[in-house]
Design a protein around this ligand. Structure first.
Ligand SMILES: Cc1cc2nc3c(=O)[nH]c(=O)nc-3n(C[C@H](O)[C@H](O)[C@H](O)COP(=O)(O)OP(=O)(O)OC[C@H]3O[C@@H](n4cnc5c(N)ncnc54)[C@H](O)[C@@H]3O)c2cc1C
Length: 381
């Protein structure tokens, strides 16, 4: 059996690794001209780390990452609203969540591949035959396989043309991210906090991702597509974060304007068909989520493990695709919906509403919070 993988992001690369783990042949293609060090930082969830452990990829990743012992949600005046002990998560579930530069994740996954990524290959069409599929690329080349896995991201061509068009939902928020060249003081290095402002989607966070680099992000409720020059955006960020207590001011002062990356935050409304014939979706292409739970890439990693396992054990490609969808869809959709609700919650504004929001968050009983943590990180595939 040979799989054609379209997309070499975290989802596609992990799929290639898991297929090889099960002895399934693959080719992997990406439209980008090369492995460019794109993106900023991210949290790789404990659930994804546990999958990467099975592929011997967790140890090299830990070498390039930082382990924050505590992860908080705080109010901008410094009040703790929620706390996750990442150390307890690690003790309980085998791994904690790691803060890491996205490019470091890409590099390590690429190093683990048996067959290299074929860069500069933009998929333009797929032909399905009785016994297989042919993928056609913009440069005139093509390749054949028994099945095709579309891991081509939220704007997936595979999904839009060959499965079913998605309903994109704008969360109301624009996000700016940056890698800041600095080292946090010791008291800041072992923790991270998502800091909630006084409503209107205003949030910010920073975390050390390696000895010399800090990942910073900020969100605000704004109409999609609002034009901003980078310097204008940075001035707004600095202004908006002035009331934020603690080390935030120092981090914000060090942001190089040319490092700002903007994303208007969309997800796709939960879709109930992830495959058709010999074509299947994985990662953001299947279930793109807003980043409020920091789970998008981690869910793609889970998908990869489950899909390859189903291909290795089920009697046919159709049975494997159906089993994969059955195992994954409810969990992926719950994450999309929970993350969406969090975006809506932070979009509210007004002093009373934000006071109430904070009180509600602060009073979530421990057992409910633990249940949520177990749901996110305690999964065993
Ligand atoms: C602001 C922000 C913060 C986030 N933070 C986190 C976080 O902390 N933790 C986390 O787990 N997730 C996070 N995410 C989500 C995460 O980035 C995505 O869920 C994850 O990258 C999805 O991986 P993927 O492989 O499915 O898709 P992608 O990473 O989008 O990869 C798709 C690949 O397909 C290629 N491609 C596209 N079209 C074609 C084509 N026609 N032909 C060939 N190749 C093609 C692209 O070049 C790309 O390399 C965040 C997202 C955002 C926007």
């Amino acid at each position: 059996m040979k799989a054609v993988i379209i997309g070499a992001g975290i989802g596609g690369l992990t799929t290639a690794l898991v297929l090889a783990h099960y002895g399934i042949d693959y080719e992997i293609f990406d439209a980008a001209p090369a492995n460019l060090p794109v993106g900023a930082g991210m949290l790789m969830g404990a659930n994804a780390m546990n999958v990467l452990e099975k592929l011997d990829m967790a140890a090299p990743l830990r070498q390039r990452a930082v382990f924050p012992e505590s992860i908080y949600i705080k109010d901008y005046r410094g009040e703790i609203l929620q706390h996750i002990s990442n150390t307890e998560v690690r003790d309980r579930y085998g791994n904690g969540s790691y803060a890491v530069h996205r490019a470091a994740v890409q590099d390590e996954l690429i190093k683990g591949l048996k067959k290299p990524v074929q860069w500069g290959k933009k998929l333009t069409a797929i032909e399905e035959h009785e016994n297989g599929v042919t993928a056609r690329f913009e440069d005139g080349s093509s390749t054949a396989g028994d099945l095709l896995i579309g891991v081509d991201g939220i704007r997936s061509l595979v999904r839009e043309k060959y499965i079913a068009p998605a309903q994109y939902r704008y969360s109301g928020q624009i996000c700016w991210r940056a890698i800041v060249p600095m080292t946090l003081p010791p008291e800041e290095i072992n923790t991270t906090a998502e800091v909630w402002g006084p409503g209107n989607g205003l949030r910010a966070s920073f975390v050390q991702v390696d000895p010399q680099q800090v990942y910073f992000w900020y969100t605000k409720k704004l109409p999609a597509g609002t034009p901003f020059e980078p310097q204008e955006a940075l001035d707004m960020i600095r202004r908006d974060l002035l009331p934020f207590k603690g080390y935030m001011q120092t981090v914000v002062r060090h942001i190089p304007v040319e490092k700002l990356i903007r994303s208007d935050l969309y997800d796709i409304a939960p879709a109930h068909t992830w495959y058709r014939g010999r074509i299947v979706l994985l990662g953001d292409a299947a279930h793109a989520t807003t980043p409020n739970l920091g789970q998008g890439a981690s869910q793609a990693v889970e998908d990869a493990w489950v899909l390859a396992g189903c291909l290795a054990t089920e009697s046919s490609i159709t049975a494997a695709f159906q089993a994969y969808q059955d195992k994954r869809i409810a969990r992926a959709h719950k994450i999309v919906n929970t993350s969406w609700s969090l975006a809506m919650l932070t979009n509210r504004k007004g002093r009373f509403i934000t006071w109430l929001r904070n009180r509600l968050l602060k009073s979530v009983p421990r057992r409910i919070a633990d249940k949520q943590i177990a749901f996110l990180f305690g999964i065993r595939w």
